[in-house]
Ligand binder design. Structure first.
Ligand SMILES: Cc1ncc(C[n+]2csc(CCOP(=O)(O)OP(=O)(O)O)c2C)c(N)n1
Ligand SMILES: CC(=O)[C@@H](O)[C@H](O)COP(=O)(O)O
Ligand SMILES: [Mg+2]
Length: 629
């Protein structure tokens, strides 16, 4: 079938099982082919082909509402809702978003990207439905990984209490990005092996009825049998005890099984959870046999061999962080590492290989990770929480209330700091300076390259004066020479990269090269620009700043971070607080808007943060006449 001809999912209503199965084959072939060029979240989507077909067959989207948790597994939904023709531009600038996007389709009723929000959103929609007196079905589709997120458990608690009609599809593939972790994962494991929960309960009751109630062996065996099955029920009862009708486990690749249970759920009053067993990567061997999460989300690959097209470039910043942490941890047994379900992305898998007992994967639980780190720190250990900038947003209060207020020695290794590109609005790591800088006791460093990163990791690991954050971008370093000897970076001290007298550029991290390039171009124009690596974002280098403003040196700050509350704001606040009211400070950075998906270079061009823009801004700041002086 030519999937690009699909306009809306209604056609599926008339499809029989064979037609659906044939369509599933076409969808898998389409995904494998398209994503081999664009990259994307192949594994999760191959796992939900039959599930998504069954949902669109049994429900009437968009009247009935599908809420996809994380939303990385909504490609099949997008194909069935008339967007197959946009997959060549998946996650590219102005192209198809990799997550549900309300502006793309009426079938996308809730936007996601961060995990564990679907149940809360579904509850909101169910309450609204009942207040309005309408009759649409509300269906949340949440993975076993996302279920480990605290928000999901908060929502389960409330949903179970309110007893609203609402369907939760638990897509259990035993994987988060990496293999899933946690006690809840074990509960699901018991359920997976328990076989048909409903049937077992019924059969047991029938069996016990048949056993004559006489004492001795049989009765006690029956009791023991009941207890052992009860144990399984107990795990199965986890959801029933939470006020849900539990259905499953259901074979998530068997359309008959899926349709039968969805039909049953539609008729059931109150909240229902259908426990669906799927295989991540189903139908494409390299993805199906992926034990580590490589095929969870990836770049282009060769279809035949399953060979992922590697960019052989220099080591990633994440790898530099992890390898340096291993080096430091060999000398300091107090260092303990924590990840929130991202061992591969943060490369703490490297650390775990060296120190299996000193790395903790807490599941998708950034709040817990942060406060657990605080607990560790109170006992004299040195916890390192490696977390993407965007996901640390989830733990803002824990950073304030538990860590900074108690001034605990926690090292936040903030990965993916800055624009991340393809994942777009929900994942851009551009807010961490704004949400950390104003918290008392917090220290923030930002690495300009991989060599500075290793020194900052060393510095932060040794730092004993409270919480410290080291931020570094997604992707590879520049391939520069790495110092053999690690050294401490002086906190609160900036680095002059280039002398100049007409104007000073203050920048850090990924925008340092563009400042240097601009300075070269401006020099040809007779403008002498000082370039400073303002690598200590908090505390500022007040001495250097005072020297600049006291000489009325115009300042241009550049940051790949939100301008609102960012580094440039800190410089302006400093000038104001020190009564340098005539100080000239201009800022370049992320404007007050969400930045969508696209390549980082394209996004920077779009928001006017390029070398050309720096040159233009400096020329505006240095009036022509002054240049001649
Ligand atoms: C708050 C938050 N933390 C981390 C992530 C990164 N992340 C994206 S998908 C994923 C695993 C999701 O597992 P599951 O819900 O089981 O979905 P599956 O990929 O197995 O279909 C993680 C950890 C995220 N999106 N949001
Ligand atoms: C959906 C999700 O949140 C993760 O899969 C994320 O896309 C990983 O990002 P990186 O590719 O930067 O590791
Ligand atoms: Mg999963």
């Amino acid at each position: 079938m030519d999937l690009t001809k699909i306009q809306d999912p209604d056609f599926i209503k008339k499809y029989n099982k064979e037609q659906l199965e044939a369509l599933a084959v076409d969808i898998r072939a389409f995904l494998v082919e398209k994503l081999s060029v664009t990259g994307g979240h192949l594994g999760p989507n191959l796992g939900v082909v039959e599930l998504t077909l069954a949902l669109h067959k049994e429900f009437n989207s968009p009247k009935d509402k599908f809420i996809w948790d994380v939303g990385h597994q909504a490609y099949v939904h997008k194909i069935l809702t008339g967007r197959a023709n946009r997959f060549d531009e998946l996650r590219q600038f102005k192209g198809l978003c990799g997550f549900p996007k309300r502006s793309e389709s009426e079938h996308d009723v809730w936007e996601t990207g961060h995990s564990s929000t679907s149940l809360s959103a579904a509850m909101g929609m169910a309450v609204a439905r009942d207040i309005k007196g309408t009759d649409e079905k509300i269906i949340a589709i949440i993975g076993d990984g996302a279920l480990t997120g605290g928000m999901a458990l908060e929502a389960l608690n409330h949903i179970g209490h309110e007893q609203k009609d609402l369907i939760v599809i638990l897509n259990d593939n035993e994987m988060s990005i990496a293999p899933n972790v946690g006690a809840l994962h074990n509960v699901l494991g018991r359920l997976r092996t328990a076989g048909k929960y409903q049937n077992a309960k019924h059969e047991l009751e029938q069996l016990l009825k048949k056993i004559p109630a006489f004492g001795g062996k049989i009765a006690s065996t029956a009791e023991r049998l009941k207890d052992s099955l009860k144990y399984l029920f107990v795990s199965g009862m986890f959801f029933e005890e939470m006020g849900f009708t539990y259905l499953g486990p259901v074979d998530g690749h068997n359309l008959d099984d899926l349709l039968e249970n969805i039909k049953y759920a539609k008729k059931t009053k109150g909240p229902v959870i259908i426990h669906v067993l799927t295989k991540k990567g189903k139908g494409y061997a390299p993805a199906e046999n992926d034990a580590l999460g490589t095929w969870h989300g990836l770049g282009p690959y060769k279809i035949e061999s399953g060979e992922v097209v590697k960019n052989p470039g220099p080591p990633s910043y994440s790898a530099v962080f992890a390898n340096t942490l291993v080096k430091v941890a060999k000398e300091d047994d107090k260092i303990v590492a924590i990840t929130a379900a991202m061992p591969g992305g943060t490369r703490l898998d490297i650390f775990a290989k060296e120190f299996p007992n000193r790395m903790f994967d807490v599941g998708i639980a950034e709040q817990h990770a942060t406060t657990m780190a605080g607990g560790l720190a109170t006992q004299g250990l040195k916890p390192v929480f490696a977390v993407y900038s965007t996901f640390l947003q989830r733990a803002y209060d824990q950073v304030v209330h538990d860590i900074c207020r108690q001034n605990l020695n926690v090292f936040f290794a903030i990965d993916r700091a800055g624009l991340v590109g393809a994942d777009g609005e929900t994942h851009q790591g551009v807010f961490d300076i704004s949400f950390l800088r104003h918290i008392p006791n917090m220290t923030i460093l930002s690495a300009k390259d991989e060599n500075e990163l290793q020194h900052m990791v060393y510095t932060a690991a040794k730092y004993q004066n409270g919480p410290i954050a080291v931020r570094y971008p997604r992707g590879n370093g520049y391939g520069i020479k790495m110092d053999e000897q690690l050294k401490e970076i002086p906190i609160g001290k900036w680095e002059v990269l280039r002398e100049g007298k007409d104007l000073a550029i203050l920048t850090f991290g990924t925008t340092v090269p563009m400042a240097q390039e601009a300075a070269d171009l401006l020099a040809k124009d007779g403008i002498s620009v000082k370039v400073i690596n303002a690598r200590s974002i908090k505390p500022l280098d007040e001495e250097m700043l005072l020297e600049l403003v006291s000489k009325n040196c115009p300042i241009l700050t550049i940051e790949e971070a939100a301008l609102q509350g960012g580094f440039g704001s800190a410089v302006i606040e400093f000038c104001h607080d020190n009564s340098y009211h005539s100080a000239v400070v201009e800022r370049m950075g992320i404007p007050d808007q969400f930045i969508e998906h696209g390549s980082v270079s394209k996004l920077l061009e779009e928001i006017g943060v390029t070398t050309k823009d720096v040159v233009a801004n400096v020329q505006k700041m240095i009036p022509r006449k002054q240049q001649r002086a």
